[in-house]
Design a protein around this ligand. Structure first.
Ligand code: ATP
Ligand code: MG
Length: 341
């Protein structure tokens, strides 16, 4: 069995911090000595751009779209000339390795450093690696979504496992410690693919408002259904379900936040991560400078390290005890009391 842990970060609600979580968690896991790959499975390509890839020209690079498309079918020369040359590669493991080499990138940032040049001390920009790999996205991925929807309806839902098979081939090519998958804010076929591919579980970031947390209830139920379906396939896939709910933009001074936190703790005991992420203007400021939030904010770095450690501990416990997540039957009835503020 492979050592690679595959985790998807998902919430159908927009702007709750999915992309920020993927980038910062990847950075934290890398700091802890792990070999990490991030997959941007959102056609908005926010993670790709966050990591400074594709900022100038989103057609200049291959990424997850190309890998997924070639895995689905042959590409004609008139449709995508640069990609058609790779049609045969997907068939063999050596060919797939070559495809990985062109599709998987090593993102970088510009670090300001003081250097002595011609006897004078100068501040210069030096290109540095974040330390993890990225399978980037671009707008084309939206076309793939359409194509998958069609193929899924004609093949009884098999379209939801497309990313799973691609991820398994990537692991066969290179045994990363972690693969983290970013998703778009929806529950359509692309997100289903990302959820199915994440056999080691789904991390759900959420904001602390009533609608967001109700959305969490629906998502948890949906993932529970997927977990059951995968287990009952002809070749069963064991899936860990929801491994954590991360409270983002949290303030312990806001009563509504602490009330919702304690309600969520009642509904999903052991699933709400102890570590929360407070709101900080540095989260946005860092992106403007082409940096990850944890690089510019020491507290954020410590918070995301704590998130990574909690997830590692949960995964270790599950492995040790063969523990399958127990979903509360009442999750669909998730009601959160009005904190009365
Ligand atoms: N802890 C935080 N404090 C302040 N701002 C934050 C924090 N986390 C995320 N943000 C900001 O909130 C916005 C949305 O975050 P992000 O893009 O990560 O959400 P998302 O769930 O991936 O959105 P989408 O659903 O569109 O993909 C971004 O501008 C981001 O910089
Ligand atoms: Mg996002």
């Amino acid at each position: 069995m492979s050592k690679t842990k595959v985790i998807t970060i998902s919430n159908q609600k927009g702007g709750v911090g999915k992309t920020t979580t993927v980038a910062n968690l990847a950075y934290a896991l890398t700091q802890m000595g792990n070999d990490v790959l991030c997959i941007d499975f959102d056609s908005q390509a926010s993670l790709t751009n966050y990591l400074n890839v594709g900022l100038e020209d989103d057609k200049s690079y291959f990424g997850v779209y190309e890998m997924m498309l070639l895995s689905l079918r042959k590409v004609t020369r008139s449709e995508y000339p640069e990609l058609a040359a790779y049609n045969a590669l997907i068939e063999t493991e050596e060919g797939f390795a070559k495809l990985c080499e062109v599709c998987i990138h090593r993102p970088t940032y510009l670090a300001r450093e003081v250097q002595t040049i011609d006897g004078k001390r100068r501040v210069v920009d030096v290109e540095r690696e974040f330390g993890f790999d990225l399978l980037p996205s671009h707008l084309f991925l939206a076309d793939y979504s359409l194509e998958l929807s069609r193929s899924a309806s004609s093949r009884g839902g098999a379209g939801a496992l497309r990313l799973y098979y691609v991820v398994q081939r990537i692991i066969n090519w290179h045994e990363y410690d972690y693969i983290l998958i970013d998703t778009n804010p929806s529950l359509e076929i692309m997100t289903m693919n990302a959820i199915c591919a994440a056999t080691d579980g789904v991390l759900v970031p959420t904001n602390l408002d009533l609608l967001s947390t109700r959305g969490v209830g629906n998502l948890v139920n949906k993932i529970g259904e997927i977990q059951e379906l995968l287990l009952h396939m002809p070749e069963p896939i064991i899936h860990m379900g929801v491994i954590g709910i991360l409270l983002n933009l949290y303030s312990e001074r806001r009563k509504v936040d602490t009330t919702i936190q304690s309600n969520l703790n009642t509904f999903y005991p052991f699933r709400i991560l102890q570590q929360t992420i407070p709101e900080s203007v540095d989260a946005k400021r860092a992106v403007l400078g082409g940096l990850i939030y944890s690089q510019v904010h020491k507290k954020a770095a410590a918070q995301y390290l704590a998130v990574a450690e909690e997830l590692e501990a949960t995964l270790a416990l599950m492995k040790q005890e063969g523990q399958k997540i127990q979903y509360l039957e009442s999750a669909s009835d998730l009601k959160i009391a009005d904190p009365g503020e």
